[in-house]
Design a protein around this ligand. Structure first.
Ligand code: URA
Length: 242
């Protein structure tokens, strides 16, 4: 794709109206490849790195990101060689999208799928650690000491888990917020404190929540939600400059 005026690229990506974007450019709030943009500058949305107020924004034309409420069952992969049901089967087949991170087959709840490789990369990069919140139904009733262990860090075979936010919402249900994304992390943490998981539901990804989606339902993220998500990525830790 060839270059276009920066205000057109940003307006189409849903950052703000063309007029407001022009103001942002005049105020020096927009950069293209590290240089402050001026009105009339052009950018190639597929190649150039554009930031607004220091936050890199995804301006890929035709980018689409779905928020899916994953039911228990399908596996999180873009193509399963064994023909098993996957999360990609639950969203439209065109344009082709792929899951951002993964939920175990038995895990339910919010999962992003996108065709925007840059955004997926930023969201899953370990240096960012976007917060993820889970509702965890466990065996038994965790006592304060067990919850404290979750809060402070649990010894796992790949190292101690980072401090987590923990709240007991019922005698056997924990709200757990973590920002690491290790394999089967929540299940392993709960197993380690002697309360294996019975049911696991992801209820939040960074700023994204949705209590209206039924299991198996999806919706397209709004431009505002995408900007919020990108802000949350930038807040969690800066990405090394490329
Ligand atoms: N932690 C897990 O153990 N499983 C998931 O699917 C997500 C987080």
């Amino acid at each position: 794709m060839s270059s276009e005026r920066v205000q057109k690229v940003l307006a189409r990506a849903g950052i703000a109206s063309r007029r407001v974007v022009e103001e942002m450019i005049s105020q020096g709030r927009v950069t293209v490849n590290g240089t402050v943009a001026t009105l009339g500058d052009r950018a190639d949305p597929e190649r150039d790195r554009i930031t607004v107020d220091g936050t890199a924004v995804s301006v890929m034309p035709d980018a689409i990101t779905y928020l899916l409420n994953k039911p228990a069952g399908p596996i999180t992969t873009a193509n399963d060689t064994h023909g098993r049901p996957t999360v990609v089967d639950l969203v439209p087949s065109e344009p082709r999208v792929f899951p951002v991170g993964r939920l175990d087959a038995g895990t339910e709840g919010l999962l992003l799928l996108t065709n925007d490789g840059e955004m997926a990369h930023r969201l899953t990069h370990p240096s960012h650690g976007v917060e993820k919140e889970y509702l965890v139904h466990v065996r038994g009733s965790p006592k304060p000491g067990a919850l404290r262990q979750l809060r402070e860090g649990v010894r796992l075979d790949d190292g101690v888990s980072a401090p987590a936010q923990v709240a007991l919402v019922d005698s056997d249900v924990i709200r757990l917020t973590i920002h690491e994304g290790r394999n089967r992390q929540v299940r392993r943490m709960c197993e380690a404190i002697g309360h294996p998981v019975r049911r696991l539901v992801r209820t939040r990804i960074g700023p994204l929540v949705d209590r209206t989606l039924e299991p198996g339902q999806w919706r397209i993220l709004t431009a505002e939600e995408i900007v919020d998500l990108q802000r949350s990525v930038d807040r969690s830790a800066p990405m090394p400059k490329r």
